[in-house]
Design a protein around this ligand. Structure first.
Ligand code: PMV
Length: 313
């Protein structure tokens, strides 16, 4: 059996995070500069069914059987096996590598799941179609935080900009003009489960107030989609700023994120906001392509531990 490799990109949410958990729309785009990669090789000398996992980046090297069934990699493999129904699985070695920063809103968990599901099913000669990869990666996402919207696994599976509403058919689209985004990392690891949990608590305490915020975010998402498709990229800046203001109000920004957002604006970005779960992790800035390097330098001077420039087409 030949080796099989699959990769999956990172992602950022442009508009609508958190509100998307409550049924509102959001827009996310792939970040192709960073990727997760899974390679599956036959292990000719091992016993049938044996699966050796080498995920050195997360300090994991183990036999599949020795892992807890709720360990995300083990869970993804078991989901694929349940779906494929082989009588006997060939022994194999699975190598997983990723340069997507973890717990920072770039979708590292979903990207690893997507790459792994594709590589493993491809190795077995039964490559899973995108909709199944997306669905199984969503099951794995549920391990990370109980109520994921499904946006991460969707944008990463399809590797295209998506307009996403939980429970509705997936809508991918293309921007009318390329969008240049600078991503700045606060360096503060922030598991999505924590910020999603905080927002849920606050929403339970003040449902009406939070529903209003989510409704305003939904309005921003609708306007931004129209502008993106029409190629009116500069006009998205004020929408980003407004979305950041609402994310602050729901309590998911922090001093470091606000500081980087302000630094990006001062350096000439058209708009900026936190992206993803918040309380750390990444922010994004929308800028003219020729200004991107300057905005990235300004973010580094303001304390970003990592910056990435990406173009969405
Ligand atoms: O994985 P992150 O940090 O990009 O966050 C995902 C966005 C949330 O809306 C906060 C959660 C979700 O499941 O959609």
């Amino acid at each position: 059996m030949p080796d099989f490799t699959a990769t999956a990109p990172g992602k950022v949410i442009l508009f609508g995070e958190h509100a998307v958990v409550y049924g509102k729309p959001a827009i996310a785009v792939p970040v192709t500069q960073v990727r997760a990669r899974a390679t599956v090789q036959a292990a000719v000398k091992a016993l049938p069914g044996s699966v050796w996992i080498d995920a050195a980046d997360i300090g994991l090297q183990a036999e599949l059987n020795a892992l807890d069934g709720r360990q995300p990699l083990a869970f993804a493999i078991s989901l694929a096996q349940k779906h494929l129904h082989f009588a006997r699985y060939p022994a194999c070695k699975i190598k997983i590598r990723s340069n997507i920063p973890v717990a920072s809103g770039l979708g590292s968990g979903a990207a690893v799941s997507v790459a792994l599901l594709r590589a493993y099913s491809g190795f077995l000669g039964r490559p899973l179609p995108d909709e199944v990869v997306c669905e199984l990666a969503f099951e794995v996402e549920k391990l990370h935080h109980g109520t994921p919207s499904g946006i991460d696994n969707t944008v990463i599976t399809y590797a295209m900009p998506v307009y996403f509403v939980r429970g509705q058919a997936i809508q991918t689209f293309r921007p009318g003009r390329p969008i240049t985004i600078v991503i700045g990392d606060t360096g503060i690891a922030s598991p999505t489960a924590v910020s999603v949990g905080e927002v849920r608590k606050a929403w339970q305490e003040e449902p009406e107030r939070y529903e209003n915020y989510f409704e305003s975010m939904a309005g921003i998402v609708e306007s931004s989609r129209q502008m993106i498709e029409a190629g009116l990229i500069e006009a998205l800046g004020p929408l980003m700023d407004a979305n950041h203001g609402l994310l602050r109000k729901i309590g998911v920004s922090c001093r470091e994120l606000d500081w980087l957002v302000e630094a990006a604006r001062q350096a000439g970005a058209w708009g900026a906001k936190l992206s993803g779960g918040g309380l750390g992790g990444n922010m994004i800035a929308l800028t003219a392509a020729e200004r991107a390097a300057e905005v990235a330098s300004a973010l580094q001077r303001a304390g970003a531990v990592r910056t990435l420039i990406t173009e969405v087409k």
